[in-house]
Design a protein around this ligand. Sequence first.
Ligand code: UDP
Length: 239
Amino acid sequence: MEKRDRLHEGKAKIAFATDDPGLVIFEFKDAATAFDGKKKGTISGKGAVNARISAVLFKYLEEKGIPTHFKELLSPVDMLALKVEIIPVEVVMRNIVAGSLSKRLGIEEGRALDEPVLEFYYKSDELGDPMINQYHVKAMKLASDDELLRIVELSFAINRHLKNFFAARQLELVDFKLEFGRRDGEVYLADEISPDTCRLWDMSTREKLDKDRFRRDLGGVEDAYQEVLRRVEGPGTMS
Ligand code: UDP
């Protein structure tokens, strides 16, 4: 399978058409951005690390019955995926207070939430991904009622599976962002799952092993991403 036309260049990935109209290739980049693209940089080796981590997690979720767009890795940075129409609603799932939730509600970072919290954001670079709720999704016809129900159901299930997966690798899944796509009446998990899109803390030291090291200039960014890859590819202590 070879890359054809460049379809879209995002902040972290470039999408290419392939010979097969139903498949696309995502090339994962080392480029990193934060704060709506205002902070820019490079995390050396990130493309390959995030592609590998995403591949392992998509395969794991498929085994658990979650439909994902993932097909296979074609090279260290190239992921073959089902072509889906991205639903312009980003889902953030939270288990522990951090980031924007901490600021918005004035709760200190690190407080465990009694139940997972699901938030919706309207996927719009121009608007800076504003937070919305299910009524905005309906009124703006961003997703159908059936799609919305499915997105919520899948998001809570994905959170349960990923929390278990990371816990077995001594990683706390603090929060993460998901994107979904539609194809032939079905909803698929799309995009990526990586330290760019998840907050992951070491379970015993609570050391941050994710993009907050880049956002907050904490240093050791590359090492943190490599450490997550090492643990994700390791056997874990469950199953
Ligand atoms: N997130 C993301 N892309 C975004 C916004 C958030 O991947 O455009 C992830 C982020 O890495 C974190 C979670 O979603 O794991 C929650 O992010 P938050 O709302 O706290 O915003 P942030 O502090 O990242 O601005």
